[in-house]
Ligand binder design. Structure first.
Ligand code: ADQ
Length: 462
């Protein structure tokens, strides 16, 4: 059996993996020979160009260091200030400094060189996410003929948003050098197909030939979590400890929960505004409900992230000022990360979760929340239509997160929902979460990428 090489921007660290993704890919590498390749997290003025191999808790990892300048242009610059906002249709927040592209390309070349030196001809390479779109091209330029797959964790943009990205023609050429591209949702494959069919024939980039996806297979592979692991974790000692802490504060109040990285794509200020409207429109609910938003800072060297954080501070302050009383607080806002068991406890304790991103590849919090519910008394999922998860969870209360009146009303429905309906909805959600679990996701992608795999009727050759 061929080895599996997983490539991502960052290699997993020593600390326990935060998300299901790292855990699932670890499992793959427990069962198959192979290793995980990526950036070490270290910056150095004169980094070695060869990959360093290390075994961390049973996982074989190969990593390289980067220079501070390259890292800045590649990661904070092109990846997170141009690609991330554009792919999430936030051109107003993009910072189009086209020179960052050179650093982005250079880092992808460094990745390719270091990886090529340790790659065997029959290794299967699985590349993750928007930081590494050019990697297949760079590997192929060095002679790699391996099967190479790419998984996009974030949404694929509309053609207009794509055109706002410097060097988008090159990037589309780069995508066409993969054998298989996986995306989160039908919506993404539709946007991609629109480009591939109508724009690619007239897109050249720096090439004499137009972009041609005829040798690339594209398919939807919705990622998921490990819902049964979350179910177990939700009654673990660490979860119970967190639940007890919260219960002391809550008394008879019902908990409404939000859990997100602090990112403008997650719709946090809009969510707080919706909660404000809930309290304004339903005086009877005041003192009987408490909103807890957990949002650890991320990418906080980027100005747009600091501004989102400030906007959220202001919104929370406004709601406190408007509704708090000496003996009642309408909300708590916590800017830090918690371990998965503590989160699982919070998910289980809450009567409703607000998962309302303005746009999201999938959104794993939705999956984790479903997994952690008590089947006898489950909470309600209020979910954005613009998360990939909306395709998986039609039984959630789906909302337009830009419409804060609608979100407020959905939250009211969630809080008033009779037990019977909550159970019915949750049963359907749990079935979907199990069906789309992260372990099957990884195996399905690797099956399709395996040498000699043939297209299924659900896949789309373009
Ligand atoms: P993210 O944008 O990071 O991921 P998401 O899918 O919600 O978004 O995953 C976040 C993960 O971080 C979850 O596992 C969650 O438990 C964890 N997390 C969030 N807040 C936390 C906190 N306060 N403490 C501890 N853990 C916390 C990108 C895409 C998504 C896509 C995933 C996976 O943007 O759309 O679903 O990749 O493909």
């Amino acid at each position: 059996m061929s080895r599996i090489v997983i490539v991502s921007n960052r290699t997993p660290g020593r600390e326990p993996a935060a998300g299901g993704l790292a855990v699932a890919l670890r499992k793959v590498l427990d069962e198959r020979e192979g290793f995980w390749f990526g950036w070490s997290g270290k910056l150095s003025e004169d980094p070695a160009r060869e990959a360093r191999f290390e075994n961390i808790d049973g996982l074989d990892i190969a990593q390289i260091d980067l220079t501070r300048d390259d890292y800045h242009a590649y990661y904070s610059g092109f990846s997170n200030s141009i690609l991330w906002p554009s792919f999430h249709l936030r051109l107003d927040l993009a910072n189009i400094e086209s020179h960052w592209y050179e650093g982005y390309r250079r880092v992808n070349q460094q990745f390719a060189k270091a990886l090529m030196a340790v790659l065997r001809p029959d290794d299967v390479v699985w590349v993750h996410d928007y930081h590494l779109i050019p990697l297949a091209t760079e590997l192929r330029n060095l002679g790699a003929r391996n099967r190479i797959g790419f998984y996009l964790h974030i949404p694929f943009p509309t053609t207009d948003a794509l055109y706002a990205i410097p060097h988008h023609g090159e990037l589309m050429h780069d995508l066409s050098r993969y054998d298989l591209i996986g995306m989160q949702a039908q919506r993404d494959v539709a946007a991609f197909t629109e480009f591939a069919e109508h724009q690619a024939p007239s897109t050249f980039g720096a090439h004499t030939q137009p972009v041609d996806f005829s040798r690339t297979e594209i398919e939807v592979f919705p990622i998921g979590s490990e819902p049964d692991a979350f179910a177990r974790m939700s009654t673990s000692p660490a979860a119970t400890k967190m639940v007890k802490r919260m219960e002391r504060v809550l008394g008879n109040q019902r908990l409404v929960l939000g859990v997100d990285r602090l990112d403008y794509s997650k719709g946090l200020p809009q969510r707080v505004e919706a909660y404000e409207k809930l309290l304004a429109n339903n005086a009877r609910l005041r003192r009987g409900v408490h909103f807890l938003q957990v949002a650890p800072p991320s990418r906080d060297t980027i100005k747009q992230y600091q501004e989102t954080s400030d906007a959220l501070d202001a919104m929370c302050g406004r709601v406190m000022g408007r509704f708090a009383e000496p003996d009642w607080q309408p909300l708590t806002y916590v800017k830090r990360a918690y371990g998965q068991p503590s989160l699982a406890g919070l998910y289980r304790l809450s009567r409703a979760a607000l998962v309302t991103p303005l746009r999201d590849g999938m959104n794993l919090v939705a999956h984790e929340f479903v997994g952690a519910q008590n089947p006898d008394d489950p909470g309600v999922l209020v979910l954005s239509r613009f998360a990939g998860a909306a395709e998986i969870f039609p039984d959630a209360l789906l909302v337009n997160p830009f419409d804060t009146d609608e979100t407020a009303e959905a939250l009211r429905m969630a809080l008033d929902m009779p037990l019977n309906e909550r159970r019915q909805r949750w049963t359907a959600l749990m079935e979907a979460a199990r069906h789309h679990n992260v372990n099957d996701w990884a195996l399905r992608f690797l099956d399709r990428l395996a040498p000699g795999a043939t297209a299924t009727s659900s896949s789309r050759d373009i």
